[in-house]
Design a binder for this molecule. Structure first.
Ligand SMILES: CCCCCCCC(=O)SCCNC(=O)CCNC(=O)[C@H](O)C(C)(C)COP(=O)(O)OP(=O)(O)OC[C@H]1O[C@@H](n2cnc3c(N)ncnc32)[C@H](O)[C@@H]1OP(=O)(O)O
Length: 219
């Protein structure tokens, strides 16, 4: 399937590229938050736009032909730098950093004003987005990966903007289907629960599944 790319990069070079990717995405993330919260007037907005457009032009000097895709080194490590949740190159991603334990995966994420839904609260779609990735990556790390077939989310109480904790574990595996459960906790209370069914698609049940099964994702 296209978009899965074998691209071996030496460790030092990879560390350098990773640092560059995180640094620019971090700056743009700050820009996004500053944009949401700014109260400046027309002339400052005009000046800011001029500078942003100049920065965009610099970045456009050398571009990938399309999306980043998913890239593998021959050691099995995987880069999903464009990913909407984990992608270190992607300023829209919070970004989420996942910690894989033997039997569960967790993350702690700071969600600022750019992720607002109801006033002062995290948008439910953003929580679903994070849960989708968290549960999917948990299945992947446990060696039973798949694409999201179904994701059910129950919002038990509001989640204020700020720090949240996500946790997920594989509940069971039935053939090509992996059932994963997870929670979002905010201020010590569970605010959302999810169950996902992750299905190894037909196209990945041959050679690609070997790659997917062995790889550990990195945003
Ligand atoms: C890799 C780690 C990162 C993951 C986090 C990111 C998650 C994502 O964003 S993934 C993107 C969103 N999801 C998608 O785009 C998926 C789109 N859908 C598809 O590609 C396909 O419909 C797919 C893969 C779900 C299933 O198709 P296919 O491979 O043909 O499955 P198929 O052989 O028909 O069915 C296999 C089993 O799954 C069941 N099944 C099929 N679709 C679903 C579904 N949507 N929900 C639940 N069960 C399903 C079938 O009933 C069958 O069950 P059983 O084995 O008991 O008979």
């Amino acid at each position: 399937m296209s978009g899965y790319i074998q691209e071996d990069i030496a460790p030092e070079e990879l560390a350098q590229r990773s640092e560059l990717a995180s640094s620019i995405a971090g700056s743009v993330r700050e820009l996004i938050e500053a944009t949401v919260r700014t109260e400046v007037g027309a002339s400052d907005i005009a000046e800011a736009r001029r500078l942003i457009e100049a920065a965009t032009e610099i970045l456009r000097k050398d571009q990938l032909p399309g999306a980043y895709g998913i890239r593998f080194n021959s050691d099995g490590s995987k880069r999903s730098w464009g990913n909407a949740v984990l992608g270190r190159r992607n300023p829209i991603a919070p970004p989420v950093v996942l910690h894989h334990e033997p039997d569960h995966t967790w993350t702690e994420v700071e969600l600022g004003p750019a992720y607002e839904g109801p006033a002062g609260l995290v948008h439910g779609g953003v929580l679903a987005l994070i849960l989708d990735q968290l549960l999917g990556s948990t299945a992947e790390f446990q060696g039973v990966p798949g694409m999201t077939g179904t994701l059910n989310v129950r919002y038990r109480r509001a989640t204020p903007l700020g720090q949240i904790r996500g946790e997920a574990r594989v509940d069971r595996v039935e053939g090509v289907k992996t059932f994963v459960r997870g929670t979002i906790t905010s201020a010590g209370e569970v605010s959302a629960e999810a169950e996902g069914i992750f299905i190894l698609p037909k196209w990945a049940r041959g050679e690609v599944s070997d790659v997917l099964r062995k790889s550990v994702g990195e945003g």
